[in-house]
Design a protein around this ligand. Sequence first.
Ligand code: CIR
Length: 255
Amino acid sequence: MNFTHAIVCPPYKNFIYGITTASLGKPDYPKALRQHQNYVKILKEFGLKITVLPPDENYPDSTFVEDTAVLIPSCAVITNPGAESRRGETKVVEKLLQGEFNTIEKIKYPGTLEGGDILEVENHFYIGISERTNQLGAEQFIEIVRNNGMTGSIISVNQGLHLKSAVSYIGNNCILIDPESITSNYFNGFTIITTEPGESYSANSISVNETVILSEGFPKTRDKVEKSGFSVRTVNVSEFRKLDGGLSCLSLRYY
Ligand code: CIR
C-alpha cells in the first residue's frame, strides 16, 4: 500500500494504566517512548509525512490512534470506540482530520466500531464484529463505504481483541493470518501466509510502500513472509503488546 501520511500519538506516562487482557506485566514507560520513536523513525524512512498528536493525559490508550478513525480515500470515518474509556479520544483526531479530508463521516451510538476491526483490502473492507465493534457499527460503516463506491463484509471475531490482531493484508493479493484465531475461509482467492506456532502476535503487521513491517521477535514468520517475495522490516513493540496493542494500531496511515 502506498501511503504518504501518518498520524501518531506518543504514549503519555499514564499509558501504563491502559486497558489490557494480556498477562505480560506492566509496560515500561521510557521503553515504550523509545519504541514509539523508533516506530515513527521507520515510517519516516518510508517517506511518510508524520503528524504527531500531543500525548493525551486523559486517555491512557490514546497512543493506539488507529482505533479512532478509518481513512478511506474519499473520506475520514470517525469511529465510536466500543471501550467507553476511549470514546473521547476521537475528538482531537476529528479536529485534525477536518483539515485533511473534505468529507467526515461518523459512527453513531448505539453503533460502536474501532479501527482495529477494519481490514482494508483494495476496495473492500472486512469488518470484525468483536467486543468493541457491534453489528450496528459495522452496518453503518458498510453503508458509508458503499456510498463511496466500495464494499464491506462482516467477519465474526471470536478470539483476541480486534480482527486485525489476527490478520493483515500485506499487498500482492496476500493475507497474513494467525490460523489459531481465525479461519482463512473468509479469504478464498487470496494467497494465505500463516503465522508459525507460538508466533500468533506477528499476524498484526502493516505494509508501507512495498515493505512489510512486522513485529520483532518472530523469526519463523518473518522468514516465511520474506520467502514469499516481500521485503520485511521489523520493529519492537513489546511494551504496546502488554496492553493488547499491535503495531498497526500505533498509526493512522493515508495518502
Ligand atoms: C485497548 O484495549 O483498547 C488498548 N489497550 C489496545 C488497543 C489496540 N488497538 C489495536 O490493536 N488496533
